[in-house]
Design a protein around this ligand. Sequence first.
Ligand code: ZN
Length: 303
Amino acid sequence: MDYNEKDIRQMVEGVLKGLGAAPAAGGPCCGDPFPVEVSARHVHVTKEAAEILFGKGYELHKKKMLSQPGEFLAEERVKLVTPKGQIENVAVLGPERKAVQVELSATDAKSLGLKAPVNLSGDLSGAADVLIMGPAGCLQANGSVIIAKAHLHLTPADAQHYGLSDGQIVSVRVDSQRPITFDGIVCRVRSDMALAMHIDFDEANAGMIGPDAVGRLAACGCGVSQPASAAQSAPQKRTFTPQWKAPYPSPAAHSRKLITEADARQMKAGIERGGTVRIPKGTIVTPAARDIFTNARIKLEMV
Ligand SMILES: [Zn+2]
């Protein structure tokens, strides 16, 4: 069978899509870091549930705003009880939702003897049962317990930056003390979201991930996913700006002024030989990182 150019292009694009590589030719680099936030076990309540647990006409008290716009940690706490065990002092998140949802780690679920499904927040299919106890009353919350599926929140602008779309599944690398790559991360794109990957405590502990951790797409598509049309034209010198300023909170992790060997390797993948990397003045480039750039004949430019 003969394949024409169009067939081949479609096949290549299909393969790249399957790899989770994003079409980011010439665009911003999808290897840029994003915040990784760890969610502790918590309960989302309805208005009715709040009244049962805390009293008639009760309103949750805001203790701390969370990164996702509008969401807050309430001062109120509850206890989770099953025939196999109990967990005290469980956080309650507001504002009230349409359904009661209890998000536990797999370890928590095990300690309560629950078989809970790994679902995205909002999907209660197959969810397990638990008794929630508050200071004013108890609520048997059947079909409420899930183990939250790890996900990446993005605004439409973030999604464009990383070359991702809503529902896309990606792999995320976190270079922590015990480096780890998470597979099956679901992208959730909405204008009322803030850029962050959410994982639970089991996942965080597996990678020894603390506050200010950042993740990067494991298959940064920049070097490999140029559309066939762009690949055919003369190779262009590409530049890479590692410090992408985005309007998300907790910028500390993103203004890191250090380029390590691992960073350099990642950056190198997105730049042609003989290309230039622009980095903010004052950035420390480790000797090993410098070697990587020198060997790839990539020029460093401080801007
Ligand atoms: Zn989330």
